[in-house]
Every structure is written in structure tokens, then in C-alpha cells.
Design a binder for this molecule. Structure first.
Ligand code: MG
Length: 402
């Protein structure tokens, strides 16, 4: 255990991804007297991981294969960097997540891979700074129960939920009528249904306001990201589906808001940079100065707000349905999406096939109570197989003519 006065130990799941790299920048800017990195979990980006090891000297790291471990050793040896302990695969990620010297675990892997390690971190009583929303979508009940039982804190890094956490500070739950998530609307906000059907991978990857990884950028183009966030908000803050709204706000300046019983609305605003939310989750309940420039409202002039188009973005309706029906249905929805998104990135299906595949998988899913880890993992596995079969049934999209 670290003494309260010393630097807090940090473990990062997904250290070489967008959130992982930004977390390390935040830690560097806050200084070694506040935080130190004790463990890093990565996949196979050995080049980036080797640089991270050289600058942060973690005690242990994990990678996704023996081959990556071999490459990493060679690279560190070549550059005369002391070898940390290197562990491979999910056991490695779990060791990172439960490292005895880690006070805070940043959960930033993409998709379902971080699920079990994040659960183990909560069971071990760590503060979890959660960027991996899929984890709560799959198993919100299990995750929040583990946190309650061990006393672990769950701090959202997702910008909307981080904003909501800030807005809800000091408000009585009984005096909050609803919470409202803002959505940028993604690159297809103003496109017709026909244009969306024919959209290319590079168009879908061009997010207007946030610079993120490929999976979440496609989720932002289909608005499944907002659907996942509705479920995430339910588990983080305990609001019912009818008390969670979505407003499209293309400038992404208002990160989310709450509506109180007297009609007052409290919004959190800031620049679109994930380092704000990461820093908040690491330093809560304190605040420290941040290296980012402050928000200049005079440079913005206008902010727009509009209702989301549920016809063109059916993923939103699918997510509300999954949350209302509950059990393993959100896990099945998430798994189907995780299979459909790479299929789109590989140009095997069109963008608008993504919600079709998810809906077909949800229709065929045999929903069970989501109170056991094994049941959730089985739902995830079955939905992945079902999604792959749905993809096979679809005609391959015609090559697009420029
Ligand atoms: Mg978000």
C-alpha cells in the first residue's frame, strides 16, 4: 500500500491506445510527486510500449502474445532499458489490474478484452478510472456490485459521464429530474439515409470534433457510441432509461448536462481534449491546474442543439431497447457491434448494415439474467457467432465509384 502522502500508483489497461497515451501525458504534467506508473497493459504495439517503459519504468507490463513479449525484450535489451516483469495475455492484464501498488487503475482497453481485468480491479478495491464503456454495457450490474462490496470508486473518463459526474457533485439525487448526454452527431449528422448507405470507411473515420481510436469513431458515426453511453450512464448514476436523454450538439463544447426538478439545467463545458476527463478521474476529489488552454467562449460565437434522428441512427433505439429489457441483452448487442464494426472497416459490409446485424442478433438472443460472469461471457460468445453468421448472409457491398 502506498502512504497517503506519497505518489499514487497507477496501472493502465490499454496503455498504447489513445486514452492510455493521454493518461501518461497527464501523469507527466502532474509530476512524479503525485503519481507514478507501476504497471502497463498493452496489446501488440511493442514499439510504443518500449518507449513508455523507458520513460516510466513500470514494475510489470503485459502484452497479448509470446511473440510480442519476445519483440519487447529484444527492443528493451537493444536500448539498454531494465526489463520489467512481462506477462502475456489475459492473465497479464489481470495482474496489471490488481497490482498491489496500484491505487488507481485506468481501464482503457477497447471492447470486451478489458472486461474481466476491470472487474478484478473493482473487486480488489482499486479506484477505477473507466474509459472502457463496453465493460459497463456488458456487466453493469456485476461491476457496480463489485465496487459496492469492496468500496472501490468508479470514476468515468468518458467525457459525457465525466461531465455528468461533475454536474451531479453536491446535488441530491432526488432533486435531479433527468440527465442529458450530448452527442456531436458524428460525420453523417447532415447526410441523407441514401448517402449513409454508400458512405466509405474513410468518411466514417473523419470525426468532426474528437480525435479517437477507430472503433469508437465508427461507433460515433452510427451513434451506437451514444447508445452504449446511455447504458453506461444508467449503471454509473442509477437513472432509469426514461430519465436519460440525448441532445445532438455538433460543437461538443457542452459535454453533458443535468436537469433539476425546478427546471434548472447545469452543464459542464470544456475544450474537446480527453486529458481534462482523465485528470479529473485521477485527482478527484481535488482539482489541479491543467496544461490545456482554457475554453474561449468568445471564439465559438454559437452553440447548436437538436434532437437526434432515430430513423437514420437506429442504434440509439436498439440501445434503449437493450437497457429496458436488461439481462444479457446489452452484452449481446455490444458483442454484435464489436463484430460488425471491424467488418465495416474491412469493407465487408456497409455502414448501415451495422444496425441491421445488431438488431438481428438481438432478436435471436435468448436473454438471461446478467448476474453471473459465466452467463455474460456465454452471451457475448453466442452473439459474436450469431453476428458473424448474419454478416455471411449479406451481399458484399458493391465497390464505390468515385
Ligand atoms: Mg463519450
Amino acid at each position: 500500500m502506498t502512504l497517503d502522502t506519497g505518489p499514487k500508483g497507477i496501472a493502465i489497461l490499454g496503455s498504447t491506445g489513445s486514452i492510455g497515451c493521454n493518461t501518461l501525458r497527464v501523469i507527466e504534467s502532474l509530476g512524479a510527486e503525485r503519481f507514478r506508473v507501476v504497471a502497463l497493459g498493452a496489446g501488440h504495439n511493442v514499439q510504443e510500449l518500449a518507449l513508455q517503459i523507458a520513460s516510466h519504468l513500470p514494475e510489470m507490463v503485459s502484452v497479448d502474445s509470446e511473440e510480442a513479449a519476445h519483440d519487447l525484450r529484444a527492443r528493451l535489451f537493444e536500448n539498454d532499458v531494465d526489463l520489467p516483469r512481462i506477462i502475456v495475455g489475459e492473465p497479464g492484464l489481470i495482474e496489471v489490474a490488481t497490482h498491489p501498488q496500484a491505487d488507481i487503475v485506468v481501464s482503457a482497453t477497447v471492447g470486451a478484452v478489458g472486461f474481466v481485468p476491470t472487474l478484478r480491479a473493482l473487486e480488489a478495491g482499486k479506484r477505477v478510472a473507466l474509459a472502457n464503456k463496453e465493460t459497463l454495457v456488458m456487466a453493469g450490474e456485476l461491476m457496480t456490485k463489485a465496487a459496492r462490496e469492496s468500496g472501490a470508486e468508479l470514476l468515468p473518463v468518458d467525457s459525457e459521464h465525466n461531465a455528468l459526474h461533475q454536474c451531479l457533485r453536491g446535488e441530491k439525487r432526488s432533486e435531479v429530474r433527468r440527465i442529458v448526454l450530448t452527442a456531436s452527431g458524428g460525420p453523417f449528422r447532415t447526410r441523407s439515409a441514401a448517402q449513409m448507405e454508400a458512405s466509405t470507411v474513410s468518411e466514417a473515420l473523419r470525426h468532426p470534433t474528437w480525435n479517437m481510436g477507430a472503433k469508437i469513431t465508427i461507433d460515433s458515426a452510427t451513434l451506437m457510441n451514444k447508445g452504449l453511453e446511455v447504458i453506461e450512464a444508467h449503471w454509473l448514476f442509477g437513472f432509469a432509461p426514461d430519465e436519460i436523454g440525448i441532445v445532438v450538439h455538433p460543437e461538443s463544447v457542452v459535454h453533458s448536462m443535468i436537469e433539476l426538478v425546478d427546471g434548472s439545467v447545469i452543464a459542464q463545458m470544456g475544450v474537446t481534449d480527453m486529458r481534462h476527463a482523465i485528470q479529473y478521474a485521477l485527482t478527484y476529489p481535488d482539482r489541479h491546474s491543467c496544461e490545456l488552454p482554457p475554453l474561449d467562449l468568445t471564439a465559438l460565437s454559437v452553440l447548436h442543439f437538436e434532437a437526434p434522428d432515430l430513423e437514420r441512427f437506429p442504434c440509439i433505439g436498439l440501445a434503449y431497447r437493450a437497457l429496458r429489457e436488461g439481462g444479457t441483452l446489452p452484452a449481446a448487442m455490444n458483442a454484435a457491434n464489436e463484430v460488425a464494426v471491424p467488418a465495416f472497416l474491412e469493407e465487408r459490409i456497409s455502414l448501415t448494415d451495422i444496425p441491421r446485424i445488431i438488431e438481428a442478433v438481438m432478436d435471436g438472443h435468448d436473454t438471461q439474467p446478467a448476474t453471473e460472469l459465466a452467463t455474460i461471457l456465454e452471451a457475448d460468445r453466442a452473439a459474436r457467432i450469431a453476428a458473424a453468421l448474419e454478416i455471411q448472409k449479406l451481399p458484399k457491398p458493391a465497390p464505390l465509384v468515385a
